[in-house]
Ligand binder design. Sequence first.
Ligand SMILES: Nc1ncnc2c1ncn2[C@@H]1O[C@H](COP(=O)(O)OP(=O)(O)OP(=O)(O)O)[C@@H](O)[C@H]1O
Length: 288
Amino acid sequence: MPSRNDAPHGAPGDAAARGGGPYAIELRGVRQAYRDRTVLGPIDLAIEPGEFVTVVGPSGCGKSTLLRLIAGFTRPSAGSVAVSGRPVTGPGPDRGVVFQQPRLFPWLSVAANVGFGLRGLPRAARRARVAELLELTGLSDAARLRPYELSGGMRQRAAIARALATRPRVLLMDEPFAALDAFTRERMQDELRRLWRSTGTTVVFITHDVDEAVYLGTRAIALSGGPGRVIHDERSDLPSLPHPRGDARFGAARERLAAVIRSAAAPGRGPASAEERAAHLVGDPGLG
Ligand SMILES: Nc1ncnc2c1ncn2[C@@H]1O[C@H](COP(=O)(O)OP(=O)(O)OP(=O)(O)O)[C@@H](O)[C@H]1O
């Protein structure tokens, strides 16, 4: 019987064989083409409930496309995408999405922005849920402010709170901290880890930044340059919290990931072959 670590990107096993429920996210043979140009795939990827998966790769390799396919904003040219065992046919409340720009409604208060997706709830329940989300994201004191009165980090926290409002099983984040200064970014990374641990949500987090990918994820996936394919799947054995940025294992994982991306991005190189990938994996206890 395959272990959890044998299941990942190559050939997803079925739920019964794993002895558990469905994968949180499962992509099988997914390919995306625009005007006959394949930009992504084929991708086979299985993500277990509660994993924090970061996706890193060169610009234009299809990271956002991958996220949009899971969000249901885009339908794949080939293959299938499922969330919690159900085929994705469009966006849904089981998936929260956070973009690089917070996309808050400027005319609404922070509280109204956070509660926007909860309009179907009775007023008291909605207020209670918004208060809980503001507390969770450290925004209780900013409830009545408008987005323009917030710092960049606060705006992004409000966007995260809004995405979590419907208690999605999956949180999809597209470079959410890319526009923040380095200090705010580090603080937000730690806050996100805390949020993830307290909510148990499955997270897929797109980033350009190898450091961020390794620091945040329980699993960091590298995509090759176009068409984007999974070329590396790094599983973290770092202690969850406190999460020491200077930990030697963090440095080693970062180097492995950076080397794979560098080699895939070198001129004239396509995605690494199975043999090349195997060479990276040999004797490497940190990999699945
Ligand atoms: N709607 C679209 N129509 C045509 N081409 C598209 C569309 N969306 C994305 N592409 C192309 O698909 C490729 C992948 O784009 P995508 O935004 O997914 O990459 P990315 O890895 O997220 O890039 P970056 O890191 O620069 O944000 C690019 O070549 C892009 O031009």
